[in-house]
Design a protein around this ligand. Structure first.
Ligand code: TXA
Ligand code: MG
Length: 319
């Protein structure tokens, strides 16, 4: 079982474990990360092993400051403006890897680009103290629901890791937004904690969703975030044995007979809904209902990331 420590108590032990190539779970403002030294091939291999993640899937290198980022990747003008506007924060930039970058090739899965993010809070202090970037995918078994609390991480990965740093429920609740600038245009590789509209405002450029299969995030498998129960989207009524995941003040028909009910946001606030999404999916799944009916969630702002995660949770499973 993993030891669980509060951020104020965890720094020394976290540094010792990371220094010896171990992986630990740390809170970030988006979701919990399963972190290892990105320059240490054994540590990165251990992350893949603990997650049960396919080897081809590259990881995000988390940095504590701009100087660390500049040692790893080349910034174009637009990406630099985005880093200035949103870092530290829930934005990941895919950039061209420098020839002398110290990240291990396993971190990039051999690509010539690297996904980079500067997180907030404990993880940032940890990276600064370590002096090296941390590779950190979301702290969940590959294909399952993302960990947004120490308890969720413990339930999924506890037996496989030595330390979970408990920073409470993650405030944003969905993973970072991933973008890549290519030929002066910005591509959205994964919707996430920074709304597309906000990125467009900073750059004055439209965020393109069509990548022509060229530069998609390889980790965007159709089935992901999957609970045990079958997930049904856009529900306007509830069937027998279904739990209901609500959104807003008005209810689906038959809501009173739902096997269990949680509301992502009574006041229809998409930020609140994102923060509740993964923990509520876990909770409804644990109710034992055979299915989870999900009321419609609007697609603007953080709604794009919420709907992306929900449609993957509902996708046919190949695992
Ligand atoms: O909020 C987050 O981003 C969290 C926290 C822990 O920082 N991390 C996270 O990592 O969600 P992960 O590994 O679960 O998702 C990273 C995504 C994957 O879909 C991966 O394929 C994509 O980023 N990715 C990584 N490197 C890439 C690259 N060089 N080019 C395109 N996509 C890349
Ligand atoms: Mg993930």
């Amino acid at each position: 079982m993993a030891k669980i420590l509060e951020p104020g108590q965890a720094m020394d032990e976290a540094l010792t474990l990371l220094g010896s190539g171990d992986v630990i779970a740390v809170p970030t403002e988006t979701v919990y990360g399963l972190a290892g030294d990105a320059t240490n091939g054994e540590a990165v291999a251990r992350i893949f092993e603990v997650k049960g993640r396919p080897r081809f899937n590259p990881m995000i290198a988390h940095v504590s400051d701009m100087a660390m980022a500049e040692r790893l990747v080349h910034f174009d003008e637009v990406s630099r403006a985005l880093a200035e506007a949103f870092w530290p924060g829930a934005l990941t930039l895919v950039l061209r890897l420098k020839d002398d970058a110290t990240v291990h090739p396993l971190t990039t899965a051999g690509l010539h680009t690297l996904a980079v993010r500067m997180p907030r809070g404990f993880s940032s202090e940890l990276i600064a103290a370590l002096g090296r970037p941390l590779a950190a995918p979301s702290a969940n078994s590959s294909g399952l629901i993302t960990g947004t609390s120490a308890a969720a991480v413990e339930a999924d990965l506890g037996p496989k890791i030595k330390l979970i740093v408990d920073g409470g429920a993650t405030p944003i609740g969905v993973e970072s937004t991933i973008v890549k600038v290519d030929g002066g245009q910005i591509y959205l590789l994964r919707p996430g904690g920074v709304a597309a509209e906000d990125i467009e405002k900073v750059t004055g450029l439209p965020l393109l969703r069509e990548t022509g299969g060229k530069i998609e995030a390889p980790g965007m498998l159709a089935s992901h975030y999957a609970p045990r129960a079958a997930v049904r989207l856009g529900a306007v009524e509830v069937s027998a044995n279904e739990a209901l995941l609500g959104f807003g003040p008005t209810r689906a028909l038959g809501a009173e007979k739902a096997a269990a009910f949680l509301n992502l946001s009574e006041r229809a606030d998409l930020r609140e809904a994102a923060a509740n999404l993964f923990s509520y999916m876990r909770e409804l799944d644990a109710s034992g209902a055979s299915g989870i009916a999900v009321e419609p969630v609007p697609t603007q702002g953080l709604g794009e990331a919420i709907n992306d995660r929900l449609s993957r949770a509902a996708a046919p499973r190949h695992l």
